[in-house]
Structures are given as structure tokens and as C-alpha cells.
Design a binder for this molecule. Structure first.
Ligand code: MG
Ligand code: MG
Length: 248
């Protein structure tokens, strides 16, 4: 069942979403060659906790980190470690925060120093694919319209669309109904209603769409080792459109 949030719940989700957006803003300046992903995680943890929230992903399904840090060919669920960022890497920070029981969730892929043209293209068009998907959201549209818009845009730009991982409803649970795939058909799936809150999150690749899991049982990588990017916002469906709750 897809829940419709009350005004009170929406207020809490706005607060949670703002903390997530602000955490991204705060971390941006630290994303440089030489910093470890563990250090970025610590900074994120301290920031979230100092704003009366808790990191949503810590111990979620047993995940060992406070945020996910995924580098280059890693698509999602990278575990913070002593690995140092290098010039030319891209890194996705997937950040969730829980404020008074309600969650915000946003992933963003960042360039570390100067990146090559292939990665630049991937970042530019994966971010654009997110907004392409968001642009069709309003009360009364089918969820499949959102999925279709993302897939169409990604394919027009020759990017791989990861299918094994999807966006999701969000509220007092990080992952709620419905699934929000990044591929699909128009006029299919549930109908969006004002007051629903969903996380839309295209995960696109420079190569093929196929992924594999590393031996750490968490990190998902592209099978062909091509880079992957991931842009995500938590949004509120409104009568005429949508409101981004995780704005930075
Ligand atoms: Mg996320
Ligand atoms: Mg998410």
C-alpha cells in the first residue's frame, strides 16, 4: 500500500530532507584527492547527529556504514573504508537521515578533481535524467510515466539503465511502497496522488546495464567495469507537480 502523508508527517519529512541536502552541501568541499571514504562518512555522521537526526542507512538490513560511498564502477552500497580518493575518480554519496522517525534520502555523484570526458558526460546526463523523471510527476499520473521518462532519456543519451536497483516510496520507513524503477511503460503502474513521498533515483552507466555484487556482500559494481552515476531526490507529489524535499 502506498501511504499518503499527513501535513504533520510532511513537515517532518521536509526537516529530514533538508538535513540530507545540507549534509551533501557540507561534504562537497571535502571531496578531494587523498581523503578516505571513512573520513567522509565520519563527517557525514557528525553533521547529521549534530542536527538532531540519525543516519538512516546505519545498520539498515545490516549495512555497516552511516552512508554509502561508491567509487567509479561501483553503482551503489559501497562501504566506507580506508580507500583514498584519487584525482579523476567519481564518488557517489548516498545519504539518508531520520528526523523524529521520518526519513530523507538523496544520492549524488561528485567528481574528484578533474575527470575525463566519459565521466563528465555520465554525470551531466544522469543528473538530467533525474530531473527528466521528476518533470512528469503530479497528482494523477502513472508511476510508469516517471520510469519511462528516465529510461527514454537515458537511452537517447546511450547510457545503461541499471534494473536491479530501483527508487522507492519513503516515510517512516526508508523503503516503502511503491518501487520506482528507472525503466517502464507509460500509463502503467500505480497512480501517484498528492501527499505521496517517493525517492526517484536513476542509476546509469557508461557501458552496459549489467551489474554484479562484490565479495563483501554489499557493493554493487558494473559487470563491464565502466563507471556508474547515481542521482536521487526525495520528493513530495503535489496537485500540480512535486516538491523536492532534499534540495541543496
Ligand atoms: Mg539513497
Ligand atoms: Mg533511495
Amino acid at each position: 500500500m502506498i501511504s499518503i502523508k499527513s501535513d504533520y508527517e510532511i513537515e517532518l519529512m521536509k526537516k529530514a530532507g533538508k538535513i540530507v541536502g545540507d549534509t551533501h552541501n557540507y561534504l562537497k568541499k571535502y571531496i578531494k584527492p587523498g581523503i578516505t571514504t571513512k573520513k567522509i562518512e565520519q563527517l557525514a555522521y557528525d553533521y547529521i547527529v549534530s542536527h538532531e537526526a540519525t543516519p538512516s542507512f546505519y545498520h539498515l538490513y545490516g549495512f555497516p556504514g552511516a552512508i554509502c560511498t561508491s567509487i567509479n564502477e561501483e553503482v551503489v552500497h559501497g562501504i566506507p573504508s580506508n580507500r583514498k580518493l584519487k584525482e579523476g575518480d567519481i564518488i557517489t554519496l548516498d545519504i539518508g537521515a531520520c528526523y523524529k522517525g521520518y526519513h530523507g534520502d538523496s544520492a549524488w555523484t561528485y567528481a574528484v578533481g578533474k575527470i575525463n570526458k566519459e565521466k563528465e558526460y555520465l554525470l551531466q546526463y544522469t543528473e538530467a535524467a533525474l530531473y527528466e523523471g521528476l518533470s512528469v510527476i503530479k497528482d494523477g499520473v502513472h508511476l510508469g510515466d516517471v520510469s519511462h521518462a528516465i529510461e527514454k532519456y537515458a537511452k537517447e543519451h546511450h547510457l545503461g539503465v541499471v534494473r536491479e536497483l530501483v527508487g522507492h516510496g519513503i516515510g517512516n520507513q526508508v523503503h516503502e511502497d511503491p518501487d520506482v524503477p528507472n525503466y517502464g511503460k507509460e500509463k502503467t503502474g500505480p497512480i501517484l496522488k498528492a501527499g505521496m513521498t517517493i525517492a526517484v533515483e536513476p542509476m546509469l552507466t557508461s557501458g552496459k546495464r549489467y551489474v554484479a555484487e562484490l565479495d563483501d556482500d554489499w557493493t554493487i559494481v558494473t559487470e563491464d567495469n565502466k563507471p556508474s552515476a547515481h542521482f536521487e531526490h526525495t520528493v513530495l507529489v503535489t496537485k500540480d507537480g512535486y516538491t523536492i524535499l532534499t534540495k541543496r
